[in-house]
Design a protein around this ligand. Structure first.
Ligand code: GLY
Length: 563
């Protein structure tokens, strides 16, 4: 309580001195019966309509997933994968892992030349970079097991949006045109993402007839509508014509996995998040465990001491990520060790006034003691109190940039999330090791961190973000802003963020995030200041006094819609 009072006071002072930070944060969107927050207003509206028809949060989440594939093509997808964290109103928790998989013909050195040099153009571009898509199988699995509505009814809004089209707003037209040169390279992409070879402009009607056909086949035939028959033939033809290795057998063998969530506590709260093959949840919990030892009432938000302490914690968590995290079906991830409070306390005790250079932080070797791209997030809650937190991706913005000819959707370039060569950074600068090496049928490591937080057995926060390696740090900071500093959910989302991921050894930051004075103090402590950039796009819901409070991130162009 005292912490909250101090925090409010501090925030008030901060607002006085830096009005840009919070003064413009609008109130969160309020709803009593349901809330959907996603990166696309049209998709959020689809979700709310499903809730109004009596669907539950899972029905709405599945409808939003398909709608995003139409209205937010940079990351919404049916050609990628994702993770869904579910908490039902009876307290049941679960997660659906529909992460893409390496094709059967994949091998450890497939992105290296004969001299062993890493070839990022193969892991990040073209159909060689595509993993076997999981989104369709995962969304259908979630619907069949936890939803209440028919598949055709939850896909219907997406089909309409694709078939009849929708008006491109300025931000979406700009986003598509940013990749214009890439789309021109592939006739199938040029057909969809340019206007007969010309860039789109704001106000254009964006129609996707091929995608509508694909969605209809899924609506009629379920997973077979995508993994078999005409759509599967088109995927294989597109992939193989450009040198990719996905086969019909890979598609037919793709199944999502229902996994236990990673559950931990942070102060008086319970944190329910995604475990491996996402590293996001482990990184979040490990960092929260370290920071649980910090008294934030003595640490001013945004001060050099605050940023230094969190940075040191992140260095430990990201160092361990690089060594220990991979697909648990292939690698024995020491989750219990990494997320133990005792281990976190040991790491906390190593934090001092002076920054530890990253090259002096080795990932912990548990063996001696061991016993045994662009992405998008959406949060949903229904009137029954069922909560869904989903993050989905095709990796880079617009994935591989390659549309499957005649099927109207983009292929992912998720294979780059594997560690293609130990120590070699991927597009997010992340390094990996044995745990995340390429193996046939394996899921590449992710940073996606869909999370639900409860208190006294009731959901209080649903949160997640895109942003590759910056996902867990963005989610972490929103949680700290909300829980430890008493910001309202919109302020917590809007507040400038910073990021450290062990390697490279630097603090990246957002505009207004680090004042010159704070940078100087951090450098005095031995920290290295990196680059200014946007960090994450959080879509969050807070639940207070039975009111749902939605907050979309002003860094993007999404919407919170409630009723
Ligand atoms: N492709 C980004 C991630 O899964 O973390």
């Amino acid at each position: 309580m005292l912490t909250q009072t101090f925090s409010k006071l501090f925030l008030f002072i901060l607002i006085l001195f830096n009005s840009n930070l919070f003064a413009e944060a609008p109130d969160p969107v309020r709803g009593k019966n349901g809330m959907v927050v996603s990166a696309s207003k049209l998709a959020s509206e689809v979700g709310i309509e499903i809730l109004k028809k009596g669907g539950n949060a899972i029905d709405a989440a599945v409808a939003v997933g398909f709608a995003l594939a139409v209205t937010y093509p940079s990351a919404g997808n049916i050609g990628g994968g994702g993770f869904m964290v579910i908490r039902l109103n009876d307290g049941t928790t679960t997660t659906i892992d529909y992460r893409e998989k390496a094709p059967f013909n994949a091998h450890e050195k497939m992105y290296q030349d004969s001299a062993g040099n890493f070839l990022p153009q193969l892991s990040q571009e073209g159909t060689t970079s595509a993993g076997v898509p999981g989104s369709v199988a995962g969304l259908i699995y979630a619907l069949e097991k936890y939803g209440t509505m028919k598949l055709k009814d939850v896909i219907e809004p997406a089909i309409k949006l694709a078939e009849k089209g929708f008006i491109l707003d300025y931000r979406l037209a700009q986003s598509i045109n940013y990749n214009y040169q890439d789309f021109l390279k592939y006739p199938s992409s040029k057909k969809i993402f340019t206007k007969d070879g010309q860039p789109f402009v704001e106000g254009d009607l964006f129609v996707q007839k091929d995608l509508a056909k694909t969605l209809k086949l899924i609506a009629e035939n379920g997973r077979d509508g995508f993994y078999k028959g005409d759509v599967a033939d088109k995927i294989i033809s597109q992939v193989q014509s450009l040198g990719g290795i996905i086969t019909h057998q890979d598609l037919g063998n793709y199944f999502p996995v229902e996994r236990k969530p990673l559950i931990s506590s942070y102060k008086r709260f319970e944190v329910i998040t995604m475990g491996p093959p996402s590293a996001g949840g482990v990184t979040l919990i490990q960092t929260l465990n370290i920071l649980e030892n910090v008294s934030f009432s003595r640490l001013d938000w945004g001060s050099s001491n605050y940023i230094h302490t969190i940075t040191e914690a992140l260095k430990f968590s990201f160092a361990d990520r690089a060594k220990h995290l991979g697909d648990p079906d292939f690698y024995d991830v020491p989750i219990d060790k990494l997320t133990s409070k005792k281990y976190a306390k040991e790491l906390f005790n190593r934090i001092s006034e002076r920054a530890i250079p990253s090259d002096q932080i080795a990932p912990t070797d548990f063996s001696s003691t061991f016993e045994s791209p662009e992405t998008t997030h959406y949060s949903v809650i229904d009137k029954f109190g069922n909560a869904v937190s989903t993050t989905t991706t095709i990796n880079s913005s617009y994935g591989s940039k390659i549309v499957v000819e005649g099927a109207g959707f983009l292929l992912n370039n998720e294979m780059d999330d594997f560690s293609s060569k130990p120590g070699e950074p991927n597009q997010f600068g992340l390094v990996g090791s044995e745990a995340n090496k390429i193996e046939p049928g394996k899921r590449m490591l992710s940073s996606m961190t869909p999370t639900i937080i409860t208190k006294e057995n009731k959901p209080v926060l649903i949160v997640g973000s895109p942003g590759g390696s910056t996902i867990p740090t963005a989610v972490l900071q929103v949680i700290l802003n909300y829980i430890d500093f008493g910001m309202d959910i919109q302020e917590a989302v809007n507040a400038p963020r910073f990021h450290h991921q062990w390697i490279p050894d630097q603090i990246d930051y957002e505009a207004l995030g680090l004042t010159r004075d704070v940078m100087d103090n951090l450098q005095t402590k031995g920290q290295i200041i990196g680059t200014e950039r946007t960090l994450g796009r959080v879509e969050a819901i807070a639940i207070e006094n039975n009111i749902y409070l939605g907050a979309t991130d002003p860094r993007g162009f999404g919407a919170a819609v409630g009723y």
